[in-house]
Design a protein around this ligand. Structure first.
Ligand code: NCD
Length: 315
């Protein structure tokens, strides 16, 4: 068994063989999800609680479907209506839930590090569904599976990540993963959104999108995370689209068979032209969503196996 983690808090602690273990198992789930009977009993008897302290469409529904297809009892906490609104701390909420003996906790939180903190207070497996600007590991894993399927490999690729890198947990998790798997990663955006410190992480940083896109096998576009910006990071959306929006002319500088990715939600006409997003010969955005369910099923299965081993050893 090559997956050795108790939690999935980020890509940072994972070794390359652990990443591969998740992706390989996810392949089985891609096949299952495309078949008529999508039900398994891998998580039968286990309880999965989803706690989303931030809005989410795809990630929350993806985790919910993943848990259901694995046969878990899945509960979505309505965080907007929870006691957090009455002043209860994250830790008190966690302890309350912990007393109900959940097995898997899926948590999204606006503060970087909050999910990590929570994992130290509970005795179940915790999955980070996005914490502040820090990490969003299942997004990077689903992106990796999408890339591996489209390109036939996950190493030695030329990958451009474009846009609001500074505020993006998706970018952070992706660049950690893509480096571990030995790819060339290029970050593209205005200096206000791509801090030069990222160069220290081994990335190439480009302010000029035309320059950065040259020869890219994968073009990953990111949303402007306005909710995390405390002032003007760009002159205007029109100006931004002109310089950093992915259109046909800019995409033509990438490799001829380059794929276009976006984690969603997309702002058409701001970071990406709508016709490119919808171009089935280029865009793998729908595949990303499909891979999301499979990757989450795989991650939850591997964590549940480790949890059950720990419990058996402690008994
Ligand atoms: C992202 C997120 O929430 O981090 N969305 C997602 O999970 N697919 C990216 C974003 O909000 O722009």
């Amino acid at each position: 068994m090559s997956f050795r983690q108790n939690h999935l808090l980020g890509i940072e602690p994972l070794a390359p063989d652990e990443i591969t273990a998740i992706l390989d198992l996810a392949e089985d789930y891609v096949a299952l999800n495309r078949s008529d009977n999508k039900n398994t009993d891998v998580l039968r008897g286990l309880t999965q609680i989803n706690m989303f302290f931030e809005n989410s469409t795809r990630t929350q529904s993806s985790f919910e479907i993943a848990g259901q297809r694995l046969g878990a009892h899945v509960m979505n906490m309505a965080m907007q209506a929870s006691s957090i609104k009455k002043g209860e701390t994250l830790i008190d909420t966690a302890l309350t839930l912990n007393a109900m003996h959940p097995d898997l906790l899926v948590v999204r939180h606006p503060h970087s590090g909050a999910v990590d903190l929570l994992s130290q207070k509970v005795n179940c497996a915790v999955l980070n569904a996005g914490d502040g600007r820090h990490e969003h590991p299942t997004q990077a894993l689903l992106d990796a599976l999408t890339i591996r399927r489209a390109k036939g490999r996950l190493h030695r690729l030329n990958i451009a990540i474009c846009g609001d890198i500074a505020h993006s947990r998706v970018a952070r998790s992706n660049l950690l993963l893509l480096h571990k798997m030995e790819n060339r990663v290029k970050l593209i955006g205005p200096p206000t959104l791509v801090p030069s410190a990222f160069a220290e992480l081994g990335c190439e940083v480009y302010e000029d999108m035309q320059e950065g896109l040259k020869g890219a096998d994968v073009v990953m576009m990111l949303r402007l995370q306005k909710e995390r910006m405390d002032g003007g990071f760009i002159p205007s959306e029109r100006e931004y689209y002109h310089r950093y929006g992915l259109d046909q002319a800019k995409l033509s500088l990438a490799a001829e068979d380059a794929i276009v990715m976006h984690p969603g939600p997309m702002n058409r006409g701001v970071e990406i032209d709508g016709t490119i997003a919808d171009d089935i010969n280029r865009s793998v955005i729908q595949e990303q969503v499909e891979m999301g369910v499979a990757v989450r099923m795989a991650a939850m299965e591997l964590l549940a196996r480790n949890l059950q081993e720990r419990r058996a050893a402690a008994a």
